[in-house]
Design a protein around this ligand. Structure first.
Ligand SMILES: CC(C)(COP(=O)(O)OP(=O)(O)OC[C@H]1O[C@@H](n2cnc3c(N)ncnc32)[C@H](O)[C@@H]1OP(=O)(O)O)[C@@H](O)C(=O)NCCC(=O)NCCS
Length: 213
């Protein structure tokens, strides 16, 4: 558990100004307009490939989960998901593992999919990897007659909440104090997240696939 606590101090975001890797507490926000000069030139074409994760990838997935969320057992939607057993997608950027999306099919309802983990390594952020992972999950879900994708995030993770709303997700519910309680179970009571904001509440967002053909 001591090592897991250290996870909070490992880099999870990349500074969009100086490219330094930053841990959760070290992040700060600033506003920019959507002009290319301020928004940043996207490196195109992006050599991103998304595939199902195999046994070798799972070792990297578990390492990413420890780095981002200090655990490989993730609390969300009132459940605990052991990443050693969940299905997942891997994104490669120019042949290197750049990000992971772990999901639970038929959860919480038969026609729903829950994203259990979404993480893009800091050096690959802002290049479309997260968007590609989410798009691949949608493409995978549609033929299986899944109608909604759900994601749980926490109150502090403003960049994550922005990211999902850019991708068409809407807020579904707020569970006040849920994340705070989960942190106690993890032996990390009172942990702080993005920008040093106390991690307290769980927010669930949903994307209705019928509305986003
Ligand atoms: C949030 C995260 C998954 C985004 O992945 P990414 O590969 O950097 O995102 P993309 O390059 O695909 O960008 C997709 C959209 O999200 C926005 N975005 C990208 N990086 C972002 C960041 N660091 N913060 C906020 N929004 C960001 C972009 O504006 C982009 O939209 P636009 O191009 O239409 O403006 C990634 O930053 C990450 O792993 N963060 C830490 C873990 C986390 O928060 N996971 C999700 C919450 S549970």
């Amino acid at each position: 558990m001591k090592d897991e606590k250290k996870g909070l101090h490992r880099p999870v975001y990349e500074c969009t100004v100086c490219a330094k890797e930053i841990p959760w507490e070290g992040g700060r926000l600033r506003l920019i307009c959507d002009e290319a000069a301020c928004h940043g030139e996207r490196k195109t074409p992006s050599p991103i490939q998304v595939r199902e994760g195999d046994g070798h990838d799972r070792i990297a997935l578990l390492e990413a989960s420890r780095r981002f969320f200090s655990s490989t057992q993730l609390h969300a939607f009132g459940e605990v998901f052991p990443l050693a057993h969940t299905s997942f997608l891997v994104a490669e950027f120019a042949g290197e593992r750049a990000g992971f999306l772990s999901y639970s099919l038929h959860f919480p309802k038969q026609d729903e999919v829950a994203i259990v983990l979404m993480a893009v390594l800091p050096g690959f952020q802002g290049r479309g990897v997260g968007r590609a992972l989410e798009g691949a999950l949608e493409a995978f879900c549609r033929p299986k007659e899944m109608h909604r994708i759900l994601i749980a995030s926490t109150n502090d993770n403003i960049p994550g909440l922005y990211f999902y709303q850019r991708l068409g997700y809407r807020f579904k519910s707020l569970s006040v104090g849920e994340a705070e309680t989960a942190l106690v179970d993890h032996g990390m009571p009172g942990a702080r997240g993005f920008g040093g904001i106390p991690i307290r509440d769980e927010l669930v967002l949903v994307k209705d696939l019928a509305r986003h053909p």
